[in-house]
Design a binder for this molecule. Structure first.
Ligand SMILES: C[S@@+](CC[C@H](N)C(=O)[O-])C[C@H]1O[C@@H](n2cnc3c(N)ncnc32)[C@H](O)[C@@H]1O
Length: 278
């Protein structure tokens, strides 16, 4: 039987692009304290040191590029959202950020020692193409690494919102179809995709992260105002369903209260591999 929701990569890309263009500040406010927790392990996994030529793909506000530059790497950040690139340039004026597509990089073959993507791969319509591009621009022996969210059973912020939608709303609202959001949360799938893209010795580890939020409503507000696909899912709910989802999320958040903050476990899956010498 034909897939009732075939992926149209161009439509999915347009949807993601429009989303990211509209939320650079909101993304920073909501996620900077979270996605930056994976940067140390990510840079270590690709062997960043002084002089490493590093490409940060889907660089967003530029956190990974900036951390690598502090370690002495020579960095380029690339993101398909002009608004994100402007945010990164404003934040780190000494570093080089440019517009570009992860699935069609504008760099020559063999031009970087390391390529990283922090929480980018799950936003791509053609992630295999991005892995192939990472391999192409890497030197022989170069290292690629990416992070994604762990499965919602472990990445509690996603479990809370998805459970609330499943119980009180419609999990199947019409959105441009893309690859499964949690596809690369599976270590086997990461290794399979890296091997298929021509990498060797793939390895996958989990990186513990904690999302510290200031109120019981913060998760709902961040998912609604600072994400793309999850925000689309919430936008598609009726007003009554959305009220019920918000209440259910508040209730679930209370279990994670620690003093004045709410602390949600949000582990990352970190995958890395090497481009073969020959
Ligand atoms: C979740 S944010 C990650 C930002 C940053 N790497 C971090 O560590 O927080 C995802 C980023 O991927 C970018 N992005 C999505 N699809 C892309 C594509 N096809 N090519 C380049 N960038 C893309 C978005 O514009 C956004 O800045």
């Amino acid at each position: 039987m034909a897939n009732p929701h075939p992926i149209d990569p161009a439509a999915f890309r347009d949807f993601e692009h429009a989303g990211w263009q509209s939320i650079p500040e909101q993304y920073h406010d909501a996620f900077a304290g979270l996605t930056t927790q994976a940067i140390g392990p990510l840079l270590a996994a690709v062997g960043v040191q002084g002089g490493t030529r590093l490409l940060d793909v889907a660089s967003g506000p530029g956190y990974v590029a900036a951390a690598a530059a502090e370690q002495g790497a020579v960095v380029v950040g690339v993101d398909f959202s002009a608004a994100m690139v402007a945010r990164a340039r404003g934040r780190y004026p000494a570093l080089h950020f440019q517009e570009g597509d992860a699935e069609a990089l504008s760099f020559p073959n063999n031009s970087f020692d390391a390529v990283v993507m922090n929480f980018g791969l799950l936003h791509l319509g053609q992630p295999e193409q991005a892995l192939a591009e990472a391999r192409r621009v890497l030197c022989p022996g170069g290292r690629a690494g990416f992070t994604v969210w762990a499965r919602p059973e472990e990445a509690v912020g996603f479990r809370i919102v998805l459970d609330a939608v499943a119980r009180h709303g419609d999990p199947n609202v019409s959105l441009p179809a893309g690859p499964p959001f949690f596809r690369f949360s599976d270590p086997q799938e990461c290794m399979r995709a890296l091997r298929e893209a021509g990498f060797v010795t793939p390895s996958v580890v989990q990186v513990p992260q904690v999302w510290r939020l200031g109120s019981l409503d913060a998760l709902f507000e961040n998912m609604q105002g600072s994400t793309v696909r999850t925000a689309g899912l919430l936008r598609g709910q009726s007003a009554e369903a959305l009220d019920a989802i918000r209440s259910a999320m508040r209730e679930a958040m209370a279990d994670y209260r620690k003093g004045d903050t709410i602390e949600l476990p949000m582990p990352a899956v970190l995958a890395s591999a090497t481009k073969p010498q020959f």
